[in-house]
Design a binder for this molecule. Structure first.
Ligand code: ADP
Ligand code: MG
Length: 251
């Protein structure tokens, strides 16, 4: 079942075509990686899907409903959450407060004069801390966590939306090899246990081929391949433009 679809998507930044006629579909339960060299258009593509940018042409459909041009907060509410390439947390709040705030924002609850903030969403906050393995750190100031733990926190914040699709933009960027492997295992487990559909960009090919069950390749804003990992790995054009194989002419 297709849960997310783009048709003829184009993003023109004042004459520079960052996304060029991209028709793409994501199926329920997939762990789908978008790969491509720096500047290929991966982040732009995500921004078009999540409403952070408006397409110049084309449409985006989520669960059969057109969401093109909808504002980001509305798209999130439909069940499409994302994390950003750069860390997006409240650095001065504690880990606990970051998650709690995300839950409160989702429920449109306001801090009530009569309910102390600390008691709101207590169980859900604890559950998310458990899920991402940040129990021990819950009272720590978020901005003082290690980079890997900040990314774990960011994941918990995204999950607070209770999404059906999670978009992760370079989730392991800046991580050490150990942090990378922990983060990947975590995302993989959570996606499987929650039946989440994952769409992620990633520069580390061992991560990509380790968890993705579908891979799409962007090159200069165009989708040049989409398929099973083995199909993509063996795709001639992909090898030529991206996977670092010297092309025949040069060999
Ligand atoms: P990736 O995430 O694959 O590295 P991006 O989507 O960030 O690539 O960028 C794709 C191209 O679009 C790059 O050449 C980038 O400079 C350009 N670009 C991205 N955002 C903007 C913008 N707001 N205005 C103009 N050009 C942009
Ligand atoms: Mg990017």
């Amino acid at each position: 079942m297709v849960v997310l679809e783009t048709n003829g998507l184009v993003k023109d930044f004042g004459g520079f075509i960052a996304i060029n006629d991209v028709t793409f579909s994501l199926e329920k339960g997939q762990k789908h990686a978008i790969i491509g060299p720096n500047g290929a258009g991966k982040t732009t593509f995500f921004n078009l899907i999540t409403g952070h940018l408006k397409p110049s042409q084309g449409t985006v459909e989520f669960e059969g409903r057109e969401i093109t041009g909808m504002p980001p907060h509305q798209i999130v509410r439909l069940g499409l959450a994302r994390s950003f390439q750069r860390i997006n947390i409240f650095p001065r709040m504690t880990v606990y407060e970051n998650i709690q705030t995300a839950l409160i924002a989702k429920d449109h609850k306001h801090f009530s004069l009569f309910t102390p903030a600390a008691t709101q969403n207590r169980k859900e906050t604890r559950d998310l801390l458990d899920l991402v393995g940040l129990n021990k750190e819950m009272a720590e100031i978020a901005g003082e966590l290690s980079y890997g733990k900040q990314k774990q926190l960011e994941l918990a914040i995204s999950l607070a939306e209770n999404p059906s699709i999670l978009l992760l933009d370079e989730p392991t960027a800046g991580m050490s090899p150990q942090e990378t492997s922990d983060a990947i295992q975590l995302v993989d487990e959570i996606a499987s246990s929650r039946g989440l559909t994952l769409l992620f960009t990633e520069h580390d090919m061992s991560v990509v081929f380790g968890i993705a069950d579908r891979i799409s390749v962007l090159h200069h804003g165009e989708l040049i391949a989409s398929g099973l990992p083995d199909e993509v790995r063996n795709n001639k054009e992909v090898r030529r433009v991206y996977l670092g194989e010297a092309d025949d002419a040069a060999a």
